[in-house]
Design a protein around this ligand. Structure first.
Ligand SMILES: [Mn+2]
Length: 346
């Protein structure tokens, strides 16, 4: 059985980034940050990459929103470079599967920029590059927990998970899973966000069966501000779909403790990828949103900076699988209003 979970140590530095979607400049900048952390902290430096390393924009998207999407798709080179980092720094570079990645190893094939993005990428790959895709994605994790209080995954899963280690029994080919594990896989790869109480119950379950966690840090979604939070327990740093100067990653001190999203501070834990925050930032003019926010409870950075409510304590009430149905339906309705090219990073 392939392990699909990891529990990180209670000391050291943890970088978290997500959704590169073939952008080499973002990858190279993050790799430089990781290597600097590695120089400073040695084997106590960790980097968690939360999926969707592959599948860049098509020419139409590049022309339509050059500020967001005008870059060459270098998916295969990024995959090779992550594998090289994993070989050079064993146990320190953790790859978590995204839904785009999943299409290369038995999952549903995505169709965001091409009718079949898996076929489109693999047609451009050498045999070695196709082997690299499998070498990175087949042993990929589905979730990471760290005693500093964070649960990491590509999407923000619902509260069906009974025990953290149940994810280790999930097979990447959905047909090989029972109904429970098919649900776990679909939820962890494809959910854009949960109601706050649903995330709280997930975190309580992971806390009871692994290590204490109180924040889900996830990818899979986009925001031009470069990050967003939902409720008290979910935070999404954004690369793909944010302008260069806004792209964020998360840097945590694993000997500290993060109790809620209020403990993830812009400029401290949430850091710009392509700009040194100490040198100041020339912020681009605010762009009008072209779509309705997918999650009505989403908190913009501006609202967050005006003051965040303290979170309610996490309670470990039993899972109620049908609880989120209405929220999901409302959310999918909001998503469907997005113009296609502006759709979320699925
Ligand atoms: Mn995704």
């Amino acid at each position: 059985m392939t392990r699909r979970t990891a529990i990180l140590p209670a000391r050291g530095v943890l970088m978290i980034s997500t959704d590169l979607h073939g952008n080499w400049d973002d990858f190279a900048a993050l790799r430089a940050r990781f290597l600097a952390e590695r120089d400073a902290a040695g084997s106590a430096a960790h980097w968690a990459i939360l999926g969707d390393a592959v599948h860049g924009p098509n020419p139409e998207a590049r022309a339509r929103r050059p500020d967001l999407y005008d870059y060459d798709d270098r998916s295969a080179e990024i995959v090779a470079a992550i594998l090289e980092l994993q070989r050079d720094h064993p146990g320190q570079v953790h790859y978590v599967l995204g839904n785009h990645d999943h299409g290369h190893v038995g999952g549903r094939r995505t169709a965001k920029f091409y009718p079949d993005e898996v076929a489109a990428l693999e047609a451009r790959c050498t045999p070695q590059q196709r082997a690299d895709l499998r070498a990175l994605f087949e042993p990929a994790l589905l979730a990471i927990a760290a005693p500093c209080g964070v649960f990491l995954s590509h999407g923000s899963p619902d509260d069906r998970l009974g025990a953290f280690a149940d994810l280790d029994g999930v097979r990447l080919d959905p047909r090989e899973n029972d109904a429970y594990r098919r649900h776990l896989l679909a939820s962890i790869l494809g959910s854009y966000g949960q109601r706050d109480e649903v995330s709280a119950r997930l975190l309580a379950r992971v806390s009871a069966t692994a290590v204490p966690v109180s924040v889900v840090i996830h990818g899979h979604d986009r925001d031009e501000e470069g990050w967003f939070t939902s409720g008290a327990h979910q935070c999404c740093p954004v690369l793909f779909g944010a302008p260069r100067e806004n792209r964020r990653y998360v840097r945590l001190d694993m000997s500290s403790r993060y109790h809620s999203v209020a403990d993830l501070r812009d400029g401290v834990e949430l850091l710009r990828v392509l700009v040194d925050p100490r040198r100041g930032v020339a912020v681009a003019p605010r762009r009008r949103r072209l779509w309705a926010p997918a999650n009505a409870r989403r908190t913009s950075p501006a609202a967050a900076s005006r003051g965040r409510a303290r979170p309610a304590p996490i309670t470990g009430r039993p899972s109620t699988p049908t609880f989120h149905g209405a929220a999901r339906a409302a959310r999918m309705c909001a998503l469907s209003r997005r113009p296609r090219i502006e759709g979320p990073g699925r």
